[in-house]
Design a protein around this ligand. Structure first.
Ligand SMILES: Nc1ncnc2c1ncn2[C@@H]1O[C@H](COP(=O)(O)OP(=O)(O)O)[C@@H](O)[C@H]1O
Ligand SMILES: [Mg+2]
Length: 378
């Protein structure tokens, strides 16, 4: 296994907040960082020694990034295949192109999970409005999702009837759509797995996550889940990462249904919003762990050291020139503010998060929610 020791250069495809925080961790460990992102003012620019401004399907730009790097990883999976292959020809790409390609399309990802025997909810891949309507008449109330490019609940439509399914198919732009049965959820959780090229791995304890309108609102760890459920979720997540041959991180989003089924919702081959509390509650943050995993260093400890919580800060807090009351939020003991350095705030855009630690996850959550309330301009 090739080890990239501190002093080396890590390339990151994507310069959003995940790239920025990965870059900070890489810098702490003594690595140089270069990023590629279409936005010249991307959040990771502040920590990168070189920022290449290019689209994610620009194979020449991707090769240009890789040429200067000892290893390349990513913080967003929507990278064109030719660009992934151009990187692979120049430097180790971790995770490898094939795994990213499988994950980046919801239909490919779901059928991969299904054919490999991982538990998923009812779904159908459709092409036409008629097929979409048929799927809903079989599955019942469902969510229609665009296969590519959706995040934070974007590119999704909830439907109850075949007629609504037709409309949803059209409003999603037609063509390939995945229809997923709407599940009655007890809770949502995620499990982060770090895996090295030689198969060494570390599985974080599950995070319990709360979404509002399809966007993560808060996350806590530990989540107060029964031990057998924790074990089951960790086993499933590790088996997926192993089968897929992930080198780096794999975040596995899971649903626990009211009738007690543990189902895989979706995968992300990179750091994940739901594990931002790992910077507070674990001796190894997800960002440091990614650096360790892709560089072939020993993986860090992942047991929970102290209960931790995060709450997301969306652009809505900034609307109409409002200035959030940062100083007030920071009066809450053990609360930290994490801002991503995004110049323009739009409603729904992730601008930052608050984190806290406390003797229990509930108290940590109370702290971040109270801090967010204090921060709110109204
Ligand atoms: N089949 C489903 N049944 C119930 N809720 C769902 C289903 N699919 C998605 N959701 C809800 O929408 C959220 C976002 O959906 P997800 O597929 O994870 O897309 P995204 O890429 O936007 O995170 C989920 O975290 C969950 O709260
Ligand atoms: Mg999701």
């Amino acid at each position: 296994m090739s080890v990239i020791v501190p002093g080396g250069t890590i390339g990151i495809l994507g310069g959003g907040q995940l790239g920025r925080m990965t870059g900070m961790a890489a810098r702490s460990l003594g690595y140089d960082v270069q990023v590629l992102d279409p936005d010249p003012d991307c959040p990771a620019r502040a920590v990168a020694s070189r920022t290449i401004t290019a689209r994610f399907d620009d194979a020449d730009a991707a090769a240009d990034l890789a040429r200067d790097c000892d290893v390349v990883t990513l913080e967003i999976e929507q990278i064109g295949r030719p660009a992934l292959e151009a990187v692979s020809g120049m430097a180790p790409l971790r995770p490898r192109a094939e795994a990213i390609f499988t994950v980046q399309d919801r239909i490919r990802q779901r059928s991969w999970l299904d054919t490999h025997g991982f538990p998923v909810g009812g779904y159908r891949a459709v092409m036409t409005a008629d097929e979409c309507a048929d799927a809903v008449s079989v599955l019942g109330p469902s969510i229609c999702k665009s296969p590519m490019g959706g995040y934070d609940g974007r590119g999704q439509r909830r439907v109850r009837t075949p007629d609504e399914a037709r409309e949803a198919h059209e409003s999603l732009g037609g063509g390939r759509v995945i229809v997923e049965q709407f599940l009655d959820l007890d809770l949502e959780l995620s499990v982060l797995v770090a895996r090295r090229e030689d198969g060494a791995f570390a599985v974080y304890p599950p995070s319990v996550n709360h979404h509002v309108h399809g966007v993560l609102d808060w996350a806590i760890c530990p989540g107060g889940l029964a031990a057998p459920l924790v074990q089951h979720a960790q086993q499933v997540a590790h088996a997926i990462a192993d089968t897929m041959g992930i080198v780096g991180l794999l975040a596995v989003e899971l649903f626990l249904t009211k009738d007690g089924r543990l189902l895989v919702n979706e995968l992300a081959p990179r750091p994940h919003n739901t594990y931002h509390h790992s910077e507070r509650g674990h001796s190894t943050s997800q960002f440091e762990q990614l650096v360790r995993a892709v560089c072939g260093l020993p993986l860090g400890e992942v047991a929970s050291v102290v209960p931790a919580a995060i709450a997301n800060l969306l652009g809505d807090l900034w609307v109409e020139g409002a200035r959030p009351h940062f100083a007030e939020a920071l009066t809450i003991p053990d609360v930290r503010l994490h801002l991503y350095g995004k110049a323009s705030a739009r409603p729904g855009r992730k601008m930052g998060h608050l984190s806290a630690i406390a003797p229990s996850a509930q108290e940590a959550l109370d702290k971040v929610l109270e801090a967010r309330r204090l921060l709110s301009p109204d």
